[in-house]
Ligand binder design. Structure first.
Ligand code: IPD
Ligand code: CA
Ligand code: CA
Length: 279
């Protein structure tokens, strides 16, 4: 199994780097929206996903794929036990179109529903994050680990606020924000879920959170955080579910526990206020 995963890794890694480099020369392209004003797509999102799927299929025709752009057309496929590549061809498309260099290509491999491999590449900074289950996490080949932070008051927290734009999530995000902002050291919102996770893995951030994302936002980054010694759980206190990711990723388990106490308080307040307003 180990050799097999290494073979997958060695084959896919150059594909991710090559396809990511396409972004460096991108110009004069159209930007379309996919339902929500903040949900953007370009020809590069489609092209990179197509390259990755086609090149992997050539080599392993029996493998399955869950790609963001393909899922947009056909719906998200159910995860089976088969080797499944989960692809976000550009995470942070809105950053990319604005020239903000916080954007990346992300691919994860899941086998028997277990995250086995993750590769994330930001071509603008030439930063490559990688992990194979059980073998640690790496940035440009150098082993990384989380900040080891255990004090919530010392935390640089990346709270991915963009989904608060959706009425379904507005209250959830705002109540938690109101409570968390009082206790953390610093707050960020980078607009790229995958790199948010990678930056927890390498200690640039202490914690990252987003509710309501998709499997391709989590497939590579969650493994990278865990392999770097970090802790990932579901922000609602349930077991983390890759196919319905609501994640809180922290440098340590102790930090996660502190966040959870505050978030449960915020969630409780939100539910009480909602019930009171109905009466
Ligand atoms: C987006 C990014 C962003 C998150 C958005 C996602 P995309 O992914 O991960 O951080 O806030 O909700 O849609 O569309 O750039 O792949
Ligand atoms: Ca994307
Ligand atoms: Ca994404």
């Amino acid at each position: 199994m180990c050799d097999q995963i290494q073979e997958y890794f060695d084959y896919v890694l150059p594909l991710v780097k090559e396809s990511g480099k396409e972004l460096l020369t991108a110009e004069n392209y159209e930007v379309e929206t996919k339902g929500f004003v903040y949900d953007l797509v370009t020809i590069y999102d489609r092209k990179i996903e197509e390259i990755l799927i086609n090149r992997i299929k050539e080599k392993w025709p029996q493998h399955k794929f869950i790609g963001e752009e393909e899922s947009e057309v056909n719906g998200i496929k159910k995860l089976t036990d088969d080797p499944t590549w989960i692809i976000d061809p550009i995470d942070g498309t809105a950053n990319f179109v604005r020239g903000l260099k916080i954007t990346c290509v992300s691919i994860g491999l899941v086998i028997k529903k277990v995250q086995m491999l993750g590769i994330v590449y930001n071509p603008f900074l030439d930063e490559l994050y990688t992990a194979i289950k059980g073998q640690g996490a790496f940035l440009n080949g150098k082993k990384i680990s989380t900040s080891g932070q255990t004090e919530i008051g010392q935390t640089i927290f990346n709270y991915e606020m963009s989904l608060a734009r959706r009425p379904k999530y507005y209250d959830l995000y705002m109540y938690r924000f109101k409570h968390l902002i009082k206790v953390i050291m610093g707050f960020r919102s980078l607009g790229c879920a995958v790199l948010g996770l990678c930056y927890v893995a390498d200690g640039r951030l202490d914690a990252y959170q987003c509710d309501g994302l998709y499997p391709w936002d989590a497939a590579a980054g969650v493994l990278i955080v865990r392999e770097a010694g970090g802790f990932v759980c579901d922000s609602r206190g349930k077991e983390f579910n890759l196919m319905d990711p609501n994640f809180l990723a922290t440098a340590t388990k102790s930090l996660s526990d502190q966040f959870m106490v505050i978030e449960r308080k915020a969630d409780e307040e939100r539910i009480n206020d909602r019930n009171a307003s109905k009466q």
